[in-house]
Design a protein around this ligand. Structure first.
Ligand code: G2I
Length: 485
């Protein structure tokens, strides 16, 4: 759920048509389940942020922290935008240059600037195959998986309560075939993405968790379909995903597609928010301006499109500076693209924004509404009497780091189907469970028991289901008991 604040300078102009704004309240960084639909007197914002806020959206930009000493840059930033993304400062190489040695000097500066100026922050990015520190190149398998889990836990915990949305995983799909991109993270196992999302949720339950990618704008492209199918699967299995980021770097090789709105709407219909996260459009003049206007209209037409972020302020700040893809020229003057963007924001959307579910409750502990495929009900009727104790086994796999751990537990049914199960284990002294998913836990230290939730109660004979938990201290090892019924 978004906190919508109109901010920035500028007078407002009265308009005849009333508009609806959705206002919610943030307390202590977590969204409170209070949503008030307010009919505001209509007005036209005079800055991107103010106008977007009137539509229940944000308007953001990527920021390079070393430019915060540039007065022209900061002047535009503070006047026009109400969301910021760190262009590079929150990436893995910046935040964990040596293993388990975290450096937040630049990223904290950005967050402080945002907070001091009434802007919110998109976190970018927790797990990505690019801009990794050198030390990850020497790791693979479980060691790299553990390092990723530790990285996500530490960084998301550091910024807990300060991040509107995290790009948890960035650019994990292949450009051509709709499958996963090969990378060191992908080679740790296909489940690395869902492990990343569960880990981020456990660390900062108040942040929206996004999958972010490029070349996913055209509905007919295989890559778009690949990401769509992953999100659909995650929603079906209760993997905690809240949003999909569309980078939207448009140029002649990857043009703005006529079906962009369809793409945004189809993803939103899966039950996630959509966000335009790195917008830039190469070109100039009225052609560029028209495309910017169209992108804004498409976002405003989709109720769950939360906001738009451009990837830099002036053309000269762009990673593709020669393509002059941004809203301000090198001198900081507004371009035609700026005017058409502002006009499109002020024209409003065909669909008023709706609220999205509060994010106070970590959905990791909420069972999904549909059963995951791995735990499909048995084809034979469940036994009327529960099988005897000992009819299941449980095995642990653990990611341990200094001071904490995530453990995944695989429950395997014996020769009879399970109609309910529980797993008990003893934690080492001084350790505690802080969060569990796909199981109800009782006890936080000493003897801890995890009981099935509704959707994974039934396990066919010989079948498996998995749950997990996170904790502080040392992970459990050794004897684990699994009991049927
Ligand atoms: O490549 C455009 C964007 C695509 N989506 C993910 C974004 O994170 C990505 O941003 C760009 C930054 O705009 C660049 O600024 O990511 C690049 C790295 O993949 C960034 O470039 C790097 C250069 O490669 C480094 O040599 C340089 O030290 O920027 C660094 C800081 O200026």
């Amino acid at each position: 759920m978004d906190k919508v604040l109109a901010r920035g300078s500028g007078s407002t102009t009265a308009r005849s048509r009333p508009r609806t704004a959705v206002v919610s309240i943030l307390a202590g960084g977590a969204a409170v389940a209070a949503t008030i639909a307010v009919a505001t007197s209509a007005s036209a914002g005079t800055t991107l942020g103010t106008s977007a806020a009137e539509q229940g959206r944000y308007f953001g930009t990527a920021v390079a922290v070393n430019k915060l000493s540039d007065a022209t840059y900061v002047g535009i930033l503070n006047r026009e935008f109400n969301m910021v993304t760190a262009e590079n400062e929150m990436k893995w190489d910046a935040t964990e240059p040596s293993q388990n040695q975290f450096n937040y000097s630049s990223s904290d500066r950005l967050v402080a600037h945002a907070q001091a100026n009434g802007m919110r922050v998109r976190g970018h990015a927790l797990a990505w195959h690019q801009q990794q520190p050198g030390w990850t190149q020497g790791l693979s398998g479980t060691a790299l998986r553990n390092a990723m889990v530790n990285h996500i836990t530490q960084v998301a915990t550091h910024f807990k309560g300060k991040i509107h949305s995290w790009d948890v995983v960035n650019e994990a799909f292949d450009d051509g075939n709709g499958g996963r991109r090969d990378s060191n993270l992908q080679r740790t196992g296909n489940d690395w993405i869902e492990v990343a999302f569960r880990t981020a949720r456990a660390a900062d339950p108040g942040a929206k968790l996004c999958y972010n990618d490029y070349n996913t704008d055209n509905w007919t492209w295989a890559k778009t379909q690949g990401v769509y199918n992953m999100v659909k699967d995650f929603k079906a299995r209760g993997v905690p995903i809240d949003c999909v980021g569309f980078q939207s770097h448009f140029n002649s090789g990857s043009p703005y597609p006529g079906n962009y709105r369809t793409t945004l709407q189809n993803f939103a219909d899966l039950g996630v928010d959509v966000q335009i996260t790195e917008l830039d459009i190469e070109g100039s003049g009225s052609t560029q301006a028209t495309t910017y206007g169209n992108v804004v209209k498409d976002c405003l037409a989709v109720a769950r499109c939360n906001g738009i972020t451009v990837w830099g302020i002036r053309d000269s700040d762009s990673w593709r500076a020669s393509g002059t893809p941004l809203l301000f020229d090198g001198n900081g003057n507004k371009k035609a693209a700026y005017t058409s963007t502002l006009n499109a924001l002020n024209a409003g959307g065909t669909t008023p924004p709706t609220t999205t579910p509060p994010t106070t409750t970590p959905p990791t502990t909420t069972p999904p509404t549909t059963a995951p495929p791995t735990t499909a009900p048995p084809t034979t009727a469940p036994p009327t009497t529960p099988p005897p104790a000992g009819a299941c086994t449980a095995t642990l796999s653990t990611n341990q780091w200094q001071g904490g751990f995530v453990t995944n537990v695989r429950v395997t049914a014996g020769g009879s189907p399970l109609n309910g199960w529980s797993v008990s284990l003893t934690l080492p002294s001084g350790s505690a469970v802080t969060n569990a998913w796909s199981a109800q836990s009782s006890g936080t230290n000493g003897l801890v028991t995890f009981r099935n939730v509704d959707y994974n109660r039934q396990v066919p004979a010989g079948g498996t289901t998995e749950f997990g938990f996170q904790g502080t201290g040392t992970a459990p090892s050794g004897t684990v008991s699994c009991t049927a019924g």
